[in-house]
Ligand binder design. Sequence first.
Ligand SMILES: [Zn+2]
Length: 297
Amino acid sequence: MPEGDTIFRAARTLHRALAGQVVSRFETQYAQLARVHDDAPITGRTIEKVEARGKHLLICFSAVGLRPSPFGDPEGSATATPRLVLRTHMLMSGSWHIYRVGEPWQRSPASARIVVGTAAFVAVGFAVPIAEFVRADALEQDRAIGRLGPDVLSPDFDDAAAIARLATSTRPTVAEALLQQQAVAGIGNVYKSELLFLAGVYPFAAPADVSRAQWARLMRDAHTLLRANVVDPAETGVVSYRGLRRTTGHSNPAQRLYVYGRQGRPCRRCGTAIRMRHHGEHNRSTYWCPSCQPEPA
Ligand SMILES: [Zn+2]
């Protein structure tokens, strides 16, 4: 069961504590967020809902100033500020915690980037690396949200939908297709190389040339490995990410990955020297074993 899905769990925990409550406290270390708060205060708004979308956590705030004017004056709504969504993304370091008011925090207040408080609870975004306010009515057009593919960490991740998007990717190589967040959200550069190695897929093959069985293997491993690297103490609703990604099952830092970062070193399976190539639009590095991941004839 979706024990590993921390963003969903975090969103649900925050939703239960905050939904329907009025914001009494809003603090942030991000100037962009503070500016929005200055212009259209978050305090006084009602938290409508908290939800996960891909790996984004969205906190939705009501509009302010929309109370009907007692004079039936349409001017009254001219000063209204729209509903806002706080979009945050945890990457590998960030986490949202929820505390009762007065309860000690489990991480250093110095790493608190965003604090959203109600009468009973305080939600704290620790080391959250990405945060922005988006107008609720523009959310689906938001570049980060609107076109995300199915998220590998989502409990309702749809392998078939993901494979359909990947197999028809217009990216020239399977390595680039795996990083395309519009195809599948959540796979980064380290996992990309590791997943291709585990599936025995040549990284520079065209997406259309990857077999159904290979795509299925890639997606299955993506689930397993990404979830294994997510820690979720269920009781507290605290969400955190382990710093060290590993795919080999070894916790020893020198042994935790198969190919990533191992250029020139012997393959852990066959001893062939691991190769590396920079390629693609962003010149990302890809590591592979030329024996375990042979180029198709
Ligand atoms: Zn090998």
